[in-house]
Design a protein around this ligand. Structure first.
Ligand code: M6R
Length: 363
């Protein structure tokens, strides 16, 4: 039920602190301060991980790749399932396929998974629906525990998927001898802070509603970020086009000069996602570049980033600072809320956007 909310999407955005807490509780031994990922997979023996998924689930997978490769030194490929399944990809048996799917029924993801399992790969699924076809066909099921998601635009499932991937990255790093006990405990502590920080980020809603008024008048919107924020830029753009029908593009900010900068004018809002992380300086200089061309920048950063941001952004949104391990979780709420409020202002059917279905069971 929607309770006091106008739409399921709004409710599901607000459900995220609690949902995320439930997810993390299933992957972490809170008292011991350790990860406890279910299943008896030996991450130390893996040579590669292949993530296959569609839409928002694919974007969660891209964030997972940053974390797993960085923490566990385990190569990860992430591919859109509809591409993967038809291109005769090369398979190595000592690898794990992870099918990421909220519904567990997405036709292309299922076909990509089968392609891998038929060739001897071990398999896992990160799903919300644990009785789904995808969940039934894998060696290990990693549920996201966020409760049913009704809105067609995925929100709480996305942050729950990312939470599972963070836990997997820590577990893989530990199994592969890349983490001391103290470091594991530190990372687990950081992860446990995520629900509170997500709640704080949701608290930015009033400021974001104001930004939505401007964004709702735009014909095109550009989202930029680096590192995991480049994936979140894709997610921001996908969310906006899906429910508000405004054309939006998400780009890795380093690609700006290779094409998208030609789009910049004073009519195009440029949303830059830049917490104060290893990529911050680079993103800040991209901000200066677009402002020099008249771009109207909405700079979504964190407390530390706000202190270092170049002057001149039209708006600065200051999310709480967090460890880079969880910044994708914290920065999700502002982009979800922005898409939501733009769609509401445009009078769009937020929970049932045109031409879309919640579960895509045909290719
Ligand atoms: O159920 P799945 O996670 O497999 O669904 C994948 C996509 O269809 C889904 O994420 C879609 O992109 C969402 N509507 C995005 O908000």
């Amino acid at each position: 039920e929607k309770g006091n909310y106008r739409h399921f999407m709004e409710k599901e955005i607000h459900d995220q602190p609690e949902g995320c807490q439930r997810t993390i509780a299933a992957y972490v031994d809170t008292l011991g301060g350790r990860v406890a990922v279910p299943g008896d997979l030996d991450f130390a023996k893996l040579e590669r991980v292949q993530i296959v998924a569609c839409g928002t689930s694919y974007i969660a997978g891209v964030i997972g790749r940053y974390l797993i490769e960085q923490l566990a030194d385990l190569p990860v490929d992430v591919e859109i399932a509809s591409e993967f399944r038809y291109r005769d990809p090369a398979i190595r048996p000592a690898s794990l396929v992870i099918a990421m799917s909220q519904s567990g029924e997405t036709a292309d993801t299922l076909a990509a998974l089968r392609y891998c399992t038929e060739r001897g790969m071990q398999s896992a699924a990160i799903v919300n629906a644990t009785e789904s076809t995808i969940a039934r066909e894998v060696d290990v099921v990693w549920p996201i525990h966020c409760g049913p998601e009704i809105g067609v635009a995925s929100t709480k499932a996305f942050t729950a998927q990312v939470s599972v991937l963070i836990s997997i990255a820590i577990a893989a790093a530990k199994a592969r001898g890349r983490l001391s006990e103290a470091e594991e405990q530190r990372l687990v502590k950081v992860l446990l802070e995520a629900p509170r920080l997500i709640a704080e980020a949701i608290g930015l809603e009033d400021a974001i509603r104001d930004i939505a008024v401007e964004v709702s008048k735009a014909k095109d919107v550009l989202y930029l970020g680096r590192g995991p924020m480049s994936a979140l830029a894709l997610e921001g753009a996908l969310k906006l086009k899906e429910i508000s029908y405004i054309h939006a593009e998400g780009y890795a900010a380093g690609e700006l000069k290779h094409g998208p900068i030609a789009l910049v004018d004073d009519q195009t809002p440029i949303i830059i996602l830049a917490p104060f992380d290893a990529w911050f300086e680079k993103s800040a200089s991209n901000m200066s570049e677009v402002m020099a061309r008249g771009g109207q920048v909405v700079f979504i950063t964190d407390t530390e980033g706000a202190k270092h941001a170049p002057a001149g952004a039209k708006v600065v949104v200051t999310a709480p600072s967090s460890d880079p391990l969880i910044s994708a979780l914290v920065m999700s709420a502002p982009i979800q809320l922005l898409a939501y409020h733009v769609a509401v202002l445009k009078g769009a059917d937020v929970d049932q956007p045109r031409n879309l279905a919640k579960s895509v069971t045909v290719e």
